[in-house]
Write a protein that binds this ligand. Structure first.
Ligand SMILES: [Zn+2]
Length: 297
């Protein structure tokens, strides 16, 4: 069987190394990338953008506890617009992308022109838990390659430097492999050990090469660390919690007059979820019913 097309479930591995002073996460997000590509009817470049930001958000989700949620938005002045991913600690991720069909070919070196597509701008990280005030960190994007931007965020905004790698393999038939890793020193980490880890990461073959060779998340971390304590390994997936009820609630916020105007104007009102592209249709009668259900009327 061809290793590249052999089906392997998407999984995120959380581990500790160096006597518990370094944390290491790695994820295979191939199916996530394929699902995003299909849902957004994305071009290859749009697929790469969605895949990388989803992978970054999943890695950040691996740092969360309990019901926390992380939002990761890259918004530059380029033609791709904003790419926004939301992930949680359960391995759920969803992505919205302004211009998923933007089509630019890879450069002569085979690199996707994501920096040109995203342009210059900022990366915003939002960590939230229920009704508590969310944590928001904003940093300028440094390259638009996503992995470097995320590493820069950890250093500049959280003062917790991290090494991040994110990549993918695309073939004529779509996404073959996608994934990434995140390695971060914890309090008590030996500077010499961190230097050695940085050297090993530097010496790794290109991630896309490793993925093409079938190297999975745990094997990837084993290339960086001699000893690894795997804490957890859990499945990850693209999923969207939207349903008709959410969009009914959203429509209600428009107010009665607007809803009546909409009902008079169109035979059918279509509302699209930007995360999963699901379309919800509302008839004029349904809109009038929502208007009638306005609180205080
Ligand atoms: Zn949705």
């Amino acid at each position: 069987m061809n290793r590249m097309t052999e089906h392997q479930d998407d999984v995120l591995v959380r581990a500790l190394a160096c006597g518990g002073t370094v944390r290491a996460l790695a994820v295979r997000s191939t199916e996530v990338a394929r699902t995003l590509s299909a849902r957004h009817e994305a071009s290859p470049l749009g697929t790469v953008a969605a895949s990388r930001v989803a992978t970054a958000a999943l890695l950040m989700g691996g740092l969360l506890k309990g019901r926390e949620q992380v939002g990761l938005q890259l918004k530059g002045d380029g033609p791709l617009g904003a790419v926004y991913a939301i992930a949680n600690a359960d391995g759920d991720v969803r992505v919205s992308i302004d211009e998923p069909t933007l089509d630019l070919p890879p450069g002569p070196d085979g690199r996707w022109p994501l920096p040109q597509a995203l342009g210059l701008g900022r990366m915003t990280v939002t960590r939230s838990l229920g009704l508590k005030e969310p944590y928001v960190g904003v940093v300028p994007m440094v390259t638009g390659e996503v992995a470097e931007d995320l590493a820069h965020y950890f250093e500049a905004s959280e003062q917790k430097p991290a090494a991040v790698g994110i990549s993918e393999v695309l073939g004529p038939d779509g996404v073959r492999m996608a994934g990434g890793f995140l390695v971060q020193g914890l309090p008590g980490a030996e500077p010499a050990a961190l230097d050695e880890i940085a050297r090993r990461i530097e010496a790794l073959p290109a991630l896309s090469r490793l993925f093409a060779d079938g190297v999975g998340p745990e094997a990837l971390l084993a290339r960086i660390f001699d000893e690894l304590v795997v804490l957890e390994s859990y499945p990850v997936r693209m999923t969207c919690p939207c349903d008709r009820g959410r969009f009914e609630a959203l429509l209600r916020t428009m107010g009665s007059a607007e809803l009546h105007a909409l009902a008079d104007e169109k035979p059918t009102t279509e509302v699209i979820c930007h995360f999963c592209n699901t379309r919800y249709f509302f008839s004029p009668d349904e809109l009038r019913a929502l208007a009638a259900a306005q609180p205080g009327r």
